[in-house]
Each structure stands twice: as C-alpha cells, then as structure tokens.
Design a protein around this ligand. Structure first.
Ligand code: DAH
Length: 338
C-alpha cells in the first residue's frame, strides 16, 4: 500500500514537471483531487481494509492529499503568473513639455459681435433679430426711404421678386421691433446684410451690421452721443476720440456720421484715414417722426435715437486689417491670429 502511495506521489511530480499550460493544471487537479479522482478512490478503499490498518492508511492518504493539494496550488500560481501577457513597458520623460491640442476659436466677426453685445448689454440693451429675406416695406418704405431713392434700384439691392429682397441694412429690425413692442425700447440688432457691390478690398456683396434703437419719452441727442461715446471707449480703448458730423439718412432727423480718431496712426495720419486722422465708423440720428408714424407711435410723446455700424469695418479698424475678403476666405493663418 505504502508503495502505491509513493508511486502516486512520484507520478504526480513527473506530471507537474512536464505540464506547461493552465489547462493541464486543472486537468491534474481533477485527476488527483476530483470527486472521482485518485485520492477519492483511495478513500473508498478504507472500508475494505482490515479494521486495525484503516486509521493508519487514512492518515497516510490524508497527508498525501495535503501534499498533492499544495503541489497543485503551487502549480496554479506559477501558471497564472506565466499567463499574464508580457507588457512592453515604454519609458518616457514626464518632464517633457506636452503637445498643445489645436484649439478652435470664434471667427473675428463673431467675436466683434459678441464684444458689441457685451458693451450694449451693460447699458441695458436687448438683442433683436430679423429676417435676411425681407419685404421691401421694411427695408425702405417704413424707414421713410422714398420710392425714387437710388438705393431702391437693383444696382443697390438684391431683389428676389417684386417686393421681396435681401435686406440691405439691419435698420429693418427697428420697424419689426416697434411693430411688436411699445416704448420704452432699447435694442441692438446684429446680422447679415446684402448689396450688389463688386468685391474688392473694401467691399463685399454680404457683410454684417449692428443696428441700435432706443425709444422712450424725453430721449435727446445728448443721450445718443453719451451711449455712442461709452461704446467707442469700451470697444476701441480709452484714448480714442469721437466726433460727430452732420449728415443725412431718411430714417433719422437730425442725422450724423460718427468718426473716431484713427486707431492705426493714433490721429497722426495714414493711408487708412486718408491722412485726415479720422475714420467714419457709423451713422446715427434721432428717429424721424415719419418712422414713428409707420409703426403707430405717438411722435409727440416719444423720441428716440438709432444708429448703424458695419461689423467688418470696425473689426478692420481695430486690428489693422486691410482687406475685407480675409474674413470670408477661411484661411487659418489669418483666423488663428484672433
Ligand atoms: N442703415 C444705414 C446704412 O446701412 C446705417 C444707419 C445710419 C443706421 C443711421 C441707422 C442710422 O440707424 O440712424 O448705411
């Protein structure tokens, strides 16, 4: 009997030495320790033995079982360590500066419009929008632009059909807002406008404007001047000077054109300001009573001011951009500077 046990032990060790995979370790476990395995078979022999040798044999089988269990457990351990795939560890220098990811940014015109909105929001202005495909009525008639005004011809306006056009100014939004709301009104209206201009460094068939409108009781030209002054200082900087020149627009009376000291040469004179030291940046004035009539406002009770500026123009002046086409070409060398 003892010999048989010794033999079992020897066989096991031989088998362990020759196995190489986890599958085989499990196979050995079943073969030796399983329910129908070798140890179990030996246990089953016990009742068949003479009574006085049973205890002794039982102890031997038990100690063999412990030994086999230890061996097979050890085997599992080595096999599972080997089974872990070998990872190739790459050493790298964590102190090296990283690569900056490419960060998208706002288009300079979007940025300018956001800047304008921010300044006027701080002065209590809301933002209003209107359609780009517009009725002739809103683009001209309601704005007191006479039927024979040259800007109404198709040299100056894109017509879609008879009385439908692409708006040539954001002043249209003044009318749309006043039709829906009663005073007090304080809005700016940014958006695209279209004109059949030949494209060159200063002209484009599509560009952006921001319109402004404030209507209430007792609004004066001084209020207009104060608001524009605040905007100009906030957008172009504290050192910029402002001046107003008398002008004419059908929808305002009196009207003015607003100049700022040339931000490129700081008023000394350069090609951008035609050596005058001043550049025009917007048109403005007190809302014409005829415009109030079109929206059924009482022109005796209410007064208001309006203004309109070109977004491309003020962006070009602020950053010294000399060609409007740069805004539309999507050249990252240009765009990534903002
Ligand atoms: N709509 C004018 C243009 O496109 C700009 C303008 C001038 C708007 C005077 C105004 C204004 O509201 O009062 O040239």
């Amino acid at each position: 009997m003892e010999e048989k046990l010794e033999e079992i032990k020897r066989n096991l060790h031989e088998e362990i030495r020759s196995i190489d995979a986890q599958k085989n370790a499990e196979h050995l476990r079943i073969k030796y320790l399983g329910r129908k395995g070798i140890i179990s078979d030996l246990m089953k022999l016990i009742p068949t033995l003479p009574i006085d040798s049973r205890a002794d044999f039982g102890q031997q089988v038990n100690s063999l079982k412990r030994e086999i269990t230890d061996s097979i457990e050890a085997l599992f351990k080595t096999v599972s360590v080997q089974a872990v795939p070998k990872v190739k560890v790459e050493l790298f220098d964590i102190t090296l500066p990283g690569k900056l990811p490419f960060v998208g940014r706002n288009h300079p015109l979007t940025q300018t419009i956001a800047d304008i909105k921010e300044v006027f929001a701080s002065l209590g202005f809301d933002v209003a929008y209107g359609p780009e495909v517009e009725l002739e009525y809103y683009n001209f008639e309601a704005l007191n632009i006479p039927a024979d005004h040259p800007s109404r011809t198709d040299f100056d306006t894109f017509y879609i059909k008879n009385d439908v056009l692409l708006r040539s100014q954001t002043s249209t939004v003044q009318i749309r807002v006043m039709e829906k709301q009663k005073p007090p009104i304080r809005i700016i209206a940014p958006g695209r406008v279209y004109r059949p201009d030949t494209v060159d460094a200063r002209h484009s068939f599509m560009f952006h404007q921001v319109e402004g409108l404030l209507v209430d009781e007792n609004v004066s030209f001084a209020d207009l001047k104060g608001v524009l002054y605040q905007f100009i200082k906030a957008y172009f900087g504290q050192n910029v000077q402002m001046r107003l020149r008398p002008s004419f627009f059908p929808f305002t009376e009196p009207s003015a054109e607003v100049d700022i000291s040339c931000s490129l040469c700081e008023g000394r004179g350069c090609s951008v300001c035609s050596y005058s030291g001043w550049v025009e940046i917007l048109g403005a004035g007190m809302v014409d009573p005829n415009v109030f009539k079109a929206v059924h406002y009482d022109a005796e009770k209410y007064t208001g001011f309006a203004f309109g500026m070109g977004v491309e123009r003020i962006t070009m002046l602020k950053y010294g951009i000399n060609d409007i086409r740069l805004f539309y070409e999507n050249d990252l060398r240009f765009l990534s500077q903002f």
